[in-house]
Design a protein around this ligand. Sequence first.
Ligand SMILES: Nc1ncnc2c1ncn2[C@@H]1O[C@H](COP(=O)(O)OP(=O)(O)OP(=O)(O)O)[C@@H](O)[C@H]1O
Length: 316
Amino acid sequence: MTDPIVTSGLTKRFGRQVAVDAIDLVVPAGSTYGFLGPNGSGKTTTIRMLLDLIRPSAGSHEMFGLPMPASTRAVLPRVGALVEGPAFHPYLSGRANLNRLDAADRAADPRTSGRRVDSALDRVGLLSAAGKNFRAYSLGMRQRLALAAALLMPRDLLVLDEPTNGLDPQGTREVRHLIAGLAAEGVTVLVSSHLLSEVQQLCTHVGVMNNGRLIAQGLTGDLGSAAVRTVRVETDRPAEAAAVLDRLGLRRVRTDAAAVRAELDGPEPDSTAVPVREIVPALVAADVPVLGFAVDAPSLEDVYVELTGEGFDVSG
Ligand SMILES: Nc1ncnc2c1ncn2[C@@H]1O[C@H](COP(=O)(O)OP(=O)(O)OP(=O)(O)O)[C@@H](O)[C@H]1O
C-alpha cells in the first residue's frame, strides 16, 4: 500500500527563521504515527504544510503517492484533520455546527447528513450535549467537537494536532481510545503531541522533532532499543566505584553523593559491551560496598532527552 505521507526535504522558513528544516517524514499506511517534539519544534508548521494550509519554502511531499499541492483536491477529501479547530459558531449548538460543516462538504450526501452528524457526535461522546450552545462548551468539549468534525466522513488518514490538549485525564483516555479504535479500523493516524506517555501507549511509529529537524523516526519499540542501557551502583564510596567502572570500560561514568551511573553499551548492538555479570564482582573485589545495583533499560523518554537535550512533560 502507498504510504499516506512522504516528504522530501520539506522546509518552511519564516523570514530568517527555519521553522521546519528539510525533513523526510514517512508515515506508513496503517500506522499510528506519533509526531513528538517540544513546543516550537515545528510540528504544527509541518502539519499545516501537509494539509496545504501554508506553502513550503523548499522540498516536496506526496500524499497517497500523489504530488502535493497539485493533488490537493483529490487528496484532502480522504483526510480528516484537527488543526487549530474549525471555526465553530458560538451561538449554535454542537449539532447545528456539525450540520453546517456537513452541508458545506460537497462530497457529503445531504440525505444522510443527520445520521453522519449523530454518529460523529456519538463517537466523541458528545451526543447528550449536542443541543448545547457551542459557547457553553468546555475546552474539552470544543476539542471533541473538532474531532467529531474531522470524523464526519470516512477517512483514510487522520491528522490530529495535539488532540488531547485541554482535555482532563478522562477525556484524554477517551480520545486515546477513539484513536486506537480508528487505527484498528485501518485508518492511518498522524498525531502530534508533546506527551511522550501518550505516544508510547498509542503509536506504532514515532518521529521526533527538535528545532525544526526530524531527528529520529521509526517503530516506537525500535527507538527505545536503539539507546544505551545505564548501570546504577548505589554506594557510599562513589569515587572508588567510578574508578572500577572506568577500568571495566563503561562509558560516561558519573557520580553523585550516593551513586555512580555509567553507560553499559553503545547505541548499536556492540560485541565489546561489558557483561553485566562482571560488574558487581569487580566492585566487590575492589572493596567497594555495593548498596544497590540496577540496569536501566532506556525508555523512549531517555531517547527523547538524549536526542533533544530537553526534559519532557510526561504527566501531561
Ligand atoms: N506564521 C508564523 N510566522 C512566524 N513564525 C512562525 C509562524 N508559525 C510558526 N512560527 C515559528 O516556527 C516555529 C515552529 O512552530 P510550530 O508551531 O510549528 O511548533 P510546534 O512544534 O507545533 O509547537 P507547539 O506545540 O507550540 O505548537 C516556532 O518558533 C514558531 O514561533
